[in-house]
Design a protein around this ligand. Structure first.
Ligand SMILES: [Zn+2]
Length: 72
């Protein structure tokens, strides 16, 4: 889905694909996935931000084909 304007303030001032990951730093924000049975890493979380009102309008990742770590 392509967002043309902010759903909150309707401004078209949305910056896309802002990287949320802090790389190897502890406290990295991202979505964890596993390879084989073990924790493998995190998919960088990307955010689309409206610079007019500060609303984060979307969170997404580039690669969805992962074995996601879920709480089940
Ligand atoms: Zn906005």
């Amino acid at each position: 889905m392509i967002i043309d304007g902010c759903p909150h303030c309707n401004a078209a001032t949305i910056i896309r694909n802002i990287m949320m990951s802090q790389g190897t730093e502890p406290g990295r924000l991202g979505l964890d996935y596993k390879a084989l049975k073990f924790f493998a890493g995190g998919e960088t979380l990307l955010a689309d931000l409206c610079t007019s009102c500060g609303t984060v309008v979307r969170f997404h990742v580039k690669n969805t084909d992962r074995k996601w770590m879920t709480r089940d």
